[in-house]
Design a protein around this ligand. Sequence first.
Ligand SMILES: Cc1ncc(COP(=O)(O)O)c(C=O)c1O
Length: 370
Amino acid sequence: MHIDNLTTPCFLLNLDILERNIKKFQRLANANKTQLWPMLKTHKSTEITRMQVEAGAAGVLTGTIDEAEAVVEKVGVKKVMLAYPVLGKANIKRIIQLKKKAEVYIALDGEEGAREISQVLDSDEINYLLILDSGLGRFGVKADKVVPTIKMIDSYKNLKFSGICTHTGQVYGVSGKDKVDSIIEIELNSTKTAVENLKKSDYKCDIVATGTTPTFYEAIKAPHITVSRPGNYVFCDAIQVALGAATVEECSLTVMSTIVSHPTDDLFILDCGSKCLGLDKGAHGSSLVEGFGIVKDHPELMITGLSEEVAKVKINGQTNLKIGSKIEIIPNHSCSAANMTSYMIGYRDEKIERLIEVDIRGNSKKPRID
Ligand SMILES: Cc1ncc(COP(=O)(O)O)c(C=O)c1O
């Protein structure tokens, strides 16, 4: 079936671009002898995880325990890192179960988390990465506090220090490509200082994990970085384009929509809104993006407003589009957009090939309530 025959709105995934992105990041990581552990929260799909593992990913980073369990069970992933501290007895018990099937690394950033996990672990030992705060100001400790924090965690049993991890997500808030370089510098310097401090105190640091899509290209060249954990690179999006970290041709995920109204000369209304495209301008707010996505091949169109199910599109100048025309939109933030659908329509050369389930979509796994 041709994609033009699809009803809209729908989520299109260009499989050629997706595969190219997966292979490119893997190839670059391999060439720099850095392990690639992709962050799965971007796509929340076991099928795309399988593609990443088949391409050579050494392990994965997950945003939720649901993601971790699903890829171990359904894809057979052997190595998993959890991105954030896991708290709550039930969650910790899930990690203990997971550890029976895969090599698991939890993330810690302080004493409370360490104490709670240590108590629940009982006799099970678990590997942990200490979260380093390299400027995002979200989790973690600064480089000069790494050693004292590990010493404190050492006093809790069954927690084995395996390395450090960091995410310079502040890169998404910078004002241009040149500023991305300054974030890369921070990523490399903060991890280097932490590694040197650990060495001075005779701590063995097997893993130094960093990763964002825009900083990936340079960060993987640093010999002290052992693991890279980018996520967004599989889809890319309008924010990556605005940052100069990707081109429109590298964006694999789009929302296809139909022009359903033309109320004034300079305005179209589309049948997709914030429940497809998302309202956000990136994880950490980018002032670089204008509007709510890039309308592919139509620079004269700008999405200026979103209701939940419809969008307002300003027409600047001449356009060959009219009511009934279909357009493709590259979302501002593809990770959020992908979480708005249960499946993406995989296609090549405008022909539909297969559906790709977003089967680990947020909150899709129902809890037991008895
Ligand atoms: C801890 C952590 N690592 C890695 C990533 C992946 O970053 P990106 O999607 O920019 O590649 C994220 C994204 O939120 C993250 O939170």
